[in-house]
Design a protein around this ligand. Structure first.
Ligand code: AFP
Length: 336
């Protein structure tokens, strides 16, 4: 069993995909995730549960662990010289690297603690991150430098804080999983080349929003609910953790389709999930594992970003199911 560092060095030897600066970036993020895992694991004993009493740029109440996780990632990435700047779900504007430290060639975007509404009920949460190349046009990166389509990502990953703490990573050559060995304090490679089955009998959606959905969304889910007597001719199971990292990790492990559609409630914002640090990194990972990821109408990785905290609809997972759900939306658009 090899460590994350040994794996990254081997990836550089094999594919030339992980230069020293990118390796340092990934190792720094992994170390930050270890610290977040410790903070999350303390629960009530750490005095870190509950709300921080503040709101983030999304107007959402911040949990104490949202703020703590964000600080851990900012502090860990300040001094290494690998980043030009960071962007976070928890901060309105890009966060510059302090002048005391050299700047690097990468941009790091993250949701420091996704699913944090689950924290107080002890359900798995996670950190999601995306890595882009910085442009050398501006000494100090601006928002525009971050607004690159998901196809430009050089790496993406998440860390799921569940029964075990696992880091799942792609640098464009497959998806690989590392489990935290708490005695060693190292992430150890426990799965290479994760592959999502093309078909599935399991879907993940918040069904309580059905009355707000568009017609093709209702058609697609109603057909799954009709089971073997319905047009799909087979029964489907449903899971909804309300923690994207946990739902995506299940799909990477055994297949499925995850859907957070745009609906009457979220139409003004364009959806619920954020493009730059939730949808894009997860779409990169899912596609690298042989799955598909669309907005219900178009490939997520090709969406041209307009705002740093832009939201999009998300359909991702087993590629044949994503294709069916996407086709229903495209057919409905063509007929309207
Ligand atoms: P929180 O971070 O506010 O808990 O939101 C989590 C999330 O962004 C994503 O991880 C879930 O899939 C989705 O929202 C759950 O949304 P609902 O609470 O509307 O089901």
């Amino acid at each position: 069993m090899i460590s994350l560092t040994q794996f990254l060095i081997e990836e550089q030897r094999t594919h030339g995909a992980v230069n020293a600066e990118l390796r340092l970036l990934i190792e720094v993020v992994a170390r930050a995730c270890k610290r977040i895992s410790i903070a999350v694991g303390k629960g009530a004993l750490g005095g870190v549960l509950g709300s921080a009493g503040t709101e983030n740029v999304q107007g959402e109440a911040q949990k104490k662990l949202d703020v703590i996780s964000n600080e851990i990632l900012l502090e860990a990435n300040a001094w290494g010289g690998h980043l030009a700047a960071c962007a976070s779900e928890e901060m309105e504007d890009p966060h510059p690297i302090p002048d005391a430290y050299p700047k690097g060639n990468y941009l790091l975007l993250f949701d420091p603690l996704d699913g944090s509404s689950n924290i107080d009920v002890n359900i798995s949460v996670g950190t999601i991150f995306s890595v882009l190349r910085a442009s050398d046009e501006h000494a100090e990166p601006e928002v525009a430098d971050f607004l690159q389509p998901g196809t430009q990502q050089v790496a993406a990953g998440y860390c799921v804080y569940g029964p075990s703490t696992m880091l799942v990573l792609t640098t464009g050559h497959g998806v690989h999983a590392f489990t935290l060995d708490r005695e060693l304090g190292s992430f150890m490679l426990t799965a290479r080349n994760l592959a999502i089955p093309s078909d599935t009998a399991e879907f993940a959606i918040n069904l309580s929003n059905r009355r707000h959905w568009e017609a093709p969304m209702r058609r697609y889910i109603d057909e799954l609910l009709a089971g073997r007597e319905g047009p799909r001719g087979k029964d489907f199971n449903m899971r909804w953790v309300a923690s994207m990292v946990a739902d995506v990790h299940r799909i990477l492990t055994r297949g499925g389709i995850f859907i957070y559609p745009v609906d009457a409630k979220t139409r003004k914002q364009g959806g619920k999930l954020r493009l730059m640090y939730e949808a894009n990194p997860m779409a990169f990972i899912v596609e690298q594992a042989g799955g598909a990821a669309t907005t219900g109408r178009a490939r997520i990785l090709e969406v041209a970003p307009e705002k740093l905290h832009q939201r999009v609809p998300v359909f991702l997972g087993s590629k044949n199911e994503v294709a069916t759900a996407t086709r229903y939306h495209q057919d409905a658009d063509a007929a309207s």
